[in-house]
Design a binder for this molecule. Structure first.
Ligand SMILES: N[C@@H](CCC(=O)N[C@@H](CS)C(=O)NCC(=O)O)C(=O)O
Length: 201
């Protein structure tokens, strides 16, 4: 049995949970709830970086960083579903995954910053994160055709990123002026892997 150290709100964990469903591995993974910010957490014994997701393999080895975990899970099946093995399609999938992860890094960064004591927060940092997110969403809107025609790790990650914006920044409404991206999101959000892993507090 694999062991996934998870939290319910982490969008990086959600990538992994959705991958587990896409790959039909639900019965092979035990989910262990972990708050990486709890002072008494033992997470660092398994992931020295102290972050979720972390996947403990049957031999005790621990994988971390969602791209690594997702690709490992995808490799367990007979045919990879989410990570094309080589060629242009692989680089397209990895590139789109990096786009989604980048939006998540910026957005999680903003959330973390806003939880620090008010007088220690950096408006400059928060504005940079927001601007990076907005620019990246605009590029996705202009190139939304790159998202159609399949559902691989890139599409999965970008869907998780858009849902995370709904979860944490709904007042900013990423859909405004981005009808292509909205239509694409609508077309994938009913997939069981996404529908069953919606973030919640
Ligand atoms: N690049 C990592 C990011 C993981 C990450 O930032 N996880 C956050 C939760 S969303 C965390 O565990 N943070 C704890 C900390 O920063 O101490 C991945 O893709 O898995």
């Amino acid at each position: 049995m694999l062991k996934l150290r998870y939290s319910t709100t982490s969008p990086f964990v959600r990538k992994v949970s959705a991958t587990i469903i896409e790959c039909g591995l639900e019965n092979h993974v035990e989910n262990v709830m972990t708050n990486p910010f709890a002072p008494d957490t033992d997470l660092s014994q398994e992931n020295p970086l102290g972050k979720v997701p972390a996947l403990v393999l049957e031999n005790g080895e621990v994988l971390f960083d969602s791209p690594v975990i997702c690709e490992y899970l995808d490799s367990l099946g007979t045919t990879p579903r989410l990570f094309p093995p080589s060629g242009v399609s692989r680089w397209t999938a990895l590139r789109l995954q990096a786009v989604g992860d980048g939006i998540l890094d910026a957005s999680v960064g903003r959330v973390m910053e806003s939880r620090r004591p008010e007088e220690q927060q950096s408006p400059v940092f928060k504005d940079r994160c927001k601007a990076a997110t907005e620019r990246t969403l605009d590029v996705l809107e202009r190139n939304s055709d790159q998202l159609s025609g399949g559902f691989q790790i890139g599409q999965l990650t970008i869907a998780c990123a858009l849902d995370y914006l709904d979860f944490r920044f709904s007042m900013e409404n990423w859909r405004e002026g981005r009808s292509n991206l909205e239509a694409w999101h609508q077309s994938v959000c009913e997939r069981p892997s996404l529908k069953n892993t919606i973030p919640h507090d």
